[in-house]
Structure formats: structure tokens, C-alpha cells
Ligand binder design. Structure first.
Ligand code: CU1
Length: 179
């Protein structure tokens, strides 16, 4: 009797632990960490430069251990796309450029990077890497692309090749290969 009780208890505890572990791995119940403000002295987690010195949307990765900040959305993706970083329990944020000026993106306009719409190859300068403009709404991204050039991509379509500053110039209607 005692033995069998002990067995069932252990069994159910194990099942619970397995369920919890499975839950974490699935990522669908990902914990959400709140965005943090950018400060004038903040340095980019990747390049170490002062983030406030650059125009364009920034990124941040917030987790249990605090926030990592990036001088540009492209720099944030360049970091996150590394295999050792992708599995981290973090929430990614970028600026909604429909609610910010390009020169000084505002902390109130930080949005979930995984849900955002991006325009790559726009005719505007950011910090490191390709200018990757981020928007909360698709219509804002389309309006921006119509004005500044570039094409619309979603979070899952962004890879390291796309982050190269000149990658968009290899698009079909570039036509400036021969100088
Ligand atoms: Cu940087």
C-alpha cells in the first residue's frame, strides 16, 4: 500500500515536471518582459557605440537578467539570429516609426518585434547595418515604403543575408551594377 502510494506520487510529480518542461520548450506561452527606456548613456550590446548618437529605430532584448539594447533594429537581429541567442527567454522590442521621428525614436513607441512589419532597403540612414524600419501596422509600413523605397518583410523572413547593407541593391530592378 505504502509502496504503491509512493510510486503514484513520484509518477505524478514526474508527469508535472515533464509538462512544465514541455511548456517552456514550446515557446507559445513565452513570458513577456516589459520594454525599458533608452537613456543617453546607453551603449549598443553588439558594437558598444552610444545608441543616442544614431537616427532610426532601435532594438532591445529584455529578459530576466535585464535589457540588452541595440543601436539599430538590424543590429538587434544580427545578435538574435545567432544560434546561441535564439533560444533565450527574451522579449524583443523595436520602435514603431509611425509614432516616432526618424531622428529620435520615442520610448513610448516600443512594440513587440515579433509582431512588427519591417521595410528593408529604404532610402534612409540608420546606425549599423541595413536600415530596417519597423512598424506596428502594415499600412504604415506600406506607406513608408512607397515614400522611402524598400520592401516589406515580416519577422520570420529576416535573416543574416538580408541584414547586409547592400543586399537590397541586388534586387531585380537595381540595374546599377556597371559603373
Ligand atoms: Cu550597434
Amino acid at each position: 500500500m505504502l509502496n504503491s502510494n509512493g510510486f503514484y506520487l513520484k509518477g505524478s510529480l514526474m508527469a508535472l515536471l515533464l509538462a512544465l518542461a514541455g511548456c517552456n520548450d514550446a515557446g507559445s506561452d513565452r513570458q513577456v518582459y516589459e520594454p525599458v527606456a533608452f537613456h543617453s548613456g546607453d551603449e549598443c550590446h553588439v558594437c558598444g557605440m552610444a545608441i543616442g548618437d544614431f537616427p532610426g529605430p532601435k532594438g532591445e532584448a529584455v529578459g530576466k537578467q535585464g535589457a540588452m539594447k541595440f543601436c539599430s533594429t538590424a543590429e538587434m537581429f544580427g545578435w538574435w539570429l545567432q544560434p546561441e541567442n535564439r533560444g533565450q527567454d527574451i522579449t524583443l522590442y523595436v520602435h514603431d516609426m509611425a509614432r516616432s521621428t526618424w531622428e529620435k525614436p520615442h520610448d513610448d513607441a516600443l512594440i513587440d518585434a515579433r509582431q512588427a512589419f519591417y521595410v528593408v532597403g529604404a532610402n534612409l540612414k540608420g546606425a549599423m547595418g541595413a536600415a530596417l524600419a519597423s512598424f506596428a501596422r502594415e499600412e504604415d509600413a506600406k506607406a513608408f515604403a512607397a515614400k522611402q523605397g524598400g520592401r516589406l518583410v515580416r519577422f520570420g523572413q529576416i535573416d543574416l543575408a538580408l541584414l547586409q547593407p547592400d543586399s537590397h541593391q541586388a534586387e531585380p530592378h537595381g540595374g546599377t551594377a556597371a559603373h
